[in-house]
Design a protein around this ligand. Structure first.
Ligand code: ZN
Length: 246
């Protein structure tokens, strides 16, 4: 893929609309081309910033009063004043409704974006035969392997006793940042557990969803965001999540 081809596909990629083959080529080019990677990073940051809560501004106090008095001064006509009195509150209500709807929508779509990246990461690790960068069943080998590769230290648990064997770890890239991927195995099923620092301190309970036939469980605990993905049945995956949190 050339730099120009990458540019034409960039919007589709950012909106999660690119198919897997093109996504892989796209990501390959980003790894090899510093200038495309830089401009892509900038666009991603912009996209995230546009969804941020900090773009919400409350109406300044007294605005409604000022508008009302301005209208009164201008018109002086009783019937017009009557109409405006009803119009102003309904306009502000409408505005609030639009802002609230926008916020709800952007929350959902951010989580949606991450969920589809999590599935893509899982599929990619299986397809490319690139499941682990460090292959070890020993948590004391896997955990230190991440040192110096990430700006955080992911918790690595050995859950072989519970039937989930740790088989290694890998670096991945999700939600616009490098993340830790821990790989566990249960019978013939692989489970990717993606971990990175949470944006909020508060814990959230595990929530499950199905996407492209894969089960996903997402939660936040002890300042870390967790996304678990596998073709394993949901009941066993939920038990695994509980064991990880415990
Ligand atoms: Zn390029």
């Amino acid at each position: 893929m050339s730099c120009q081809e990458l540019q034409t596909m960039r919007d589709a990629y950012l909106d999660g609309e690119l198919d897997l083959a093109h996504s892989l080529e796209f990501e390959k080019h980003l790894r090899e081309c510093a200038s495309c990677a830089r401009s892509h990073d900038e666009l991603r940051s912009l996209q995230m910033a546009m969804r941020s809560d900090t773009l919400r501004f409350p109406l300044p106090p007294g605005l409604e009063r000022r508008v009302r008095s301005a209208v009164r001064d201008e018109s002086g006509v009783a019937s017009r004043l009557f109409r405006w009195r009803w119009l102003i509150p309904s306009v502000s209500l409408g505005l609030v409704a639009i802002i609230v709807a926008g916020l709800l929508f952007s929350r959902t779509s951010t989580d949606d974006l991450v969920a589809s990246e999590v599935v893509a990461g899982h599929v990619r690790s299986l397809m490319a035969g690139h499941l682990t960068d460090v292959a070890s069943t020993d948590q004391h080998t896997v955990k230190p392997w991440f040192d110096g590769k990430l700006d955080f230290s992911p918790p690595v648990k050995d859950l072989a006793q519970q039937g989930f064997e740790l088989i290694g770890g890998r670096l991945d890239y999700i939600a616009n940042r490098p993340v830790a991927a821990l790989v566990y195995q249960r019978r013939k099923h692989f489970v990717n557990v993606f971990i990175w620092p949470a944006s909020t301190a508060s814990d959230t309970k595990p929530t499950a969803q199905v996407r492209q036939g894969y089960n996903l469980i997402h939660w936040t605990s002890s300042g870390m965001t967790y996304w678990m993905v596998s073709d394993l049945n949901l009941a066993e995956l939920q038990q695994f999540a509980q064991d990880l949190i415990a």
